[in-house]
Design a protein around this ligand. Structure first.
Ligand code: PMP
Length: 376
């Protein structure tokens, strides 16, 4: 089996993530913050250690503002629905995933929020800033955008957008689903107010946990309420972070796995991970470009995702044939319909290769042989 669907979730999981999650289930899986006994205390300490690790890794320097969620989508919903007030205007890029577009659509219906998209494809960083600036209105409250696309290797200049947001008094919320564990993130230097991160993609952890990291200037209302383990007599959620935003039992096993995954990523080093992804991208690009009738989208921007089509054949059919040969890819629109439009793929979308920390160029060679055998 060759796994090129790491943009959906990484596989295989890091041996460290597996070891930490297993150790958690075997030895310390109490309910953190929910008892005075030693197993609950150990669980609290372990979970706090993971907050510290994330806080350092993301340049936040505030472990208590690392909030654990179920996944990136949940974290983005918390940020958008917690921060945006009635009648606000929001800017997002044309590359956004439905994890941002659908909550914004819901807020349009519920709170009369409006949003505009700014173009990214074919623009320089300076042009992207100009496109954002040109769309800022009196009631613009936030820029909400992804760091790296999930359908091609374009990424946005976060530090520059953060500076622009700060100078115009706008909140800056970022979807790091595809960049965490691939590209450097420094929330303070990039002036990010809210950052959504998955455990299960580039950070090599397991499914079941995501993160919403909150800068010091953002205030959010809660998305859900419930037990927090502290101040039980209060009718409302406590004011303290992170308890305010963590109603109910935490996904402790996935949090343990995330700790293991991050330590693996730190040992490999982001430069090495990025370089490996670029090498695989170029190898796949050369191989696919050598075949007749294939189209590659954004071929000049290297990175962890490569999008292609066999002209005239539905992407789902190409992915099905690859699957039969033991190669996992993902076809269609990848929950990013506007991004596909921006890249000019056909209505059926395209085939995505998502490279991960464990892929090799020998696997790219196998992909090429199968494509040549089946489609040329
Ligand atoms: N944003 C982007 C850019 C993504 O690629 C994804 C996952 N496909 C998400 C958000 C949602 O992530 P999750 O599945 O962790 O909720």
């Amino acid at each position: 089996m060759i796994y090129f669907d790491n943009a959906a979730t990484s596989f295989p999981k890091s041996p460290r993530a597996i070891a930490e999650a297993t150790a958690c289930m075997r030895t310390w899986c109490g309910n953190p913050g929910r008892g005075a006994h030693f197993l609950s205390r150990i669980a609290s300490e372990k979970v706090y250690a993971c907050r510290e690790l994330l806080s350092d890794f993301l340049g936040l320097n505030a472990p208590e503002r690392v909030v654990f969620t179920q996944n990136t989508t949940y974290a983005l919903n918390m940020a958008l629905k917690g921060a945006l007030k009635h009648g606000a205007h929001v800017l997002c890029s044309e590359l956004e995933h439905n994890a941002i577009l659908r909550p914004l659509h819901a807020l349009q219906q519920e709170r009369d929020i409006s949003f505009d998209t700014f173009p990214v494809v074919g623009r320089t960083h300076e042009q992207i800033l100009q496109e954002i600036t040109a769309r800022i209105k009196e009631n613009t409250a936030a820029v909400v955008c992804l760091h790296a696309s999930n359908i091609c290797s374009l990424s946005l200049p976060l530090a520059k957008i953060g500076t622009l947001c700060r100078s115009r008094g706008l909140l800056f919320m970022v979807d790091a689903a595809q960049s965490a564990g691939h590209l450097p993130i420094d929330m303070r230097a990039m002036q990010i107010d809210a950052l959504a991160v998955p455990a299960h993609k580039g950070l090599l952890g397991i499914q079941g946990c995501g993160v919403l990291a909150l800068g010091e200037c953002i205030s959010l209302s809660t998305l859900i309420e419930g037990g927090s383990g502290v101040n039980s007599l209060l009718r409302t959620m406590p004011e303290e972070f992170p308890e305010r935003f963590e109603a109910g039992t935490l996904p402790v096993i996935a949090i343990a796995g995330l700790c293991g995954g991050i330590s693996h990523v730190m040992e490999l080093g982001l430069p090495e991970i990025e370089e490996r992804a670029n090498r695989l991208f170029f190898a796949a690009r050369e191989r696919i470009a050598s075949l007749d009738g294939f189209e590659i989208y954004q071929p000049d921007t290297p990175g962890a995702v490569l999008l292609f089509n066999k002209i005239g054949i539905p992407s789902t059919e190409v992915a099905r044939v690859l699957d039969k040969s033991g190669i996992c890819t993902r076809a269609g629109l990848h929950c990013a319909p506007l991004a596909h439009q921006a890249l000019g793929t056909p209505p059926g979308g395209a085939v995505r290769l998502g490279f991960g920390a464990f892929n090799t160029s020998a696997e790219v060679d196998v992909l090429w042989r199968v494509l040549r055998h089946e489609f040329c």
